[in-house]
Design a protein around this ligand. Structure first.
Ligand code: HEC
Ligand code: HEC
Length: 288
């Protein structure tokens, strides 16, 4: 005992011994990890089930009050809908609604406000997995679906031009030419798009929140969606074409400025002229 301890401490002082001990430790830890971590597909399936079970629990606690215990939707005593049916809306809808902080809705109202999320990303993933397990629906897009990374500068330029055309025909009616947003009937609004992440833009097109149209992959191909995102991203980078943007809200805002600024100056000038003519005619009158 004593002799072996003496042997170890004697040898540990050698510089090489430290490296050997470290290597040994790494081998043991690595071996244990390989042996214990679940690598088979059975293990993955089981963790999927666990994720769905966790998502169901979170859903019952935070969402079932409005959406029903099984996501079937819920009406109040007057038969008014307090939360729509979520069967078939897919993981993408949950990821969009929770990722932008629209859900959970605090109280039924005209339009779910965008706020910072009360749930962690893992919890959102669990709830999304649960809702996706109810019925097939659009999945959460992967980065490859919406990213323009890996394109050459020329390809990216072309994508932006194509995306701009698609944006003009499909999105400007509600979101304005510059993506600044606009008013919708019944007190709603189409939000500004320049603060939204590419993933959430993709999901918004895929799931059509509230009164927005749904641009399914059949209507608008995944490539076309990516082009639209490339265009919106390019608008984010452009500070504007010079001059006063007047808030970039389009003809109504510009008209208002023309009215207040342009006509205001003319009215002020007319008043000034009128004031001066009266005074001069008064003086004339006094003299006569
Ligand atoms: C106070 C009631 C309420 C609560 C709580 C609530 N929701 Fe909602 N939810 C609504 C209403 C109302 C709508 C429809 C309005 C809209 O789309 O803006 C909606 C819409 C949705 C949609 C969009 C459906 C579609 O067709 O695209 C999803 C997804 C969703 N909710 C998920 C959730 C999740 C997940 C939770 C829990 C974390 C939750 N909601 C909590 C009321 C609620
Ligand atoms: C009929 C009007 C309409 C059209 C057309 C429309 N949208 Fe929307 N969009 C809306 C409304 C309304 C909302 C807000 C929904 C909500 O708050 O639940 C919205 C929300 C969004 C959002 C979420 C923004 C955020 O961060 O809150 C994005 C992104 C978006 N739209 C992109 C698009 C794109 C891209 C197109 C064209 C392919 C498009 N929309 C076409 C009405 C429209």
């Amino acid at each position: 005992m004593n002799r072996s301890a003496g042997f170890l401490s004697r040898h540990r002082r050698r510089p090489l011994a430290g490296a050997v001990v470290l290597l040994f430790g790494l081998l043991v830890a690595g071996g244990a990890y390989t042996a214990l971590s679940p690598t088979s597909s059975a293990g993955a399936a089981q963790s999927d089930e666990a994720l769905i079970a966790q998502g169901r629990e979170l859903f019952i606690a935070g969402c079932s009050f409005c959406h029903g215990v099984n996501g079937e939707g819920q009406t109040d005593v007057d038969d008014k809908l307090i939360g729509p049916n979520l069967v078939g809306v897919g993981a993408a809808a949950v990821d969009f609604q929770m990722g932008t902080g629209r859900m959970p809705l605090a109280a039924p109202g005209a339009q779910a406000p965008v706020k910072s999320g009360a749930y962690s990303d893992d919890e959102i993933a669990a709830i999304a997995a649960y809702v996706a397990s109810l019925a097939p629906g659009p999945a959460i897009p992967s980065e490859a679906d919406y990213s323009t990374e890996g394109m050459t500068a020329e390809e990216k330029e072309e994508a932006i031009v194509r995306g701009g055309q698609i944006f003009l025909t499909n999105c400007t009616a509600c979101h304005n030419f510059t993506g600044a947003g606009g008013a919708m009937p019944w007190g709603g609004k189409a939000p500004r798009l320049l603060d939204t992440s590419p993933k959430h833009i993709y999901e918004a097109m895929l799931t059509g929140p509230q009164s927005m149209d749904t641009f399914s992959n059949g209507n608008l191909s995944p490539e076309a969606k990516r082009d639209v995102i490339a265009y919106i991203e390019s608008m984010k980078e452009q500070p504007g074409y010079g001059g006063f943007s007047l808030g970039s809200v389009g003809p109504v805002g510009e008209g208002l400025w023309a009215w207040v600024g342009g006509i205001g100056v003319m009215v002020a000038f007319a008043v000034w002229i009128a004031a001066h003519t009266t005074r001069s005619s008064k003086t004339k009158g006094n003299k006569a």
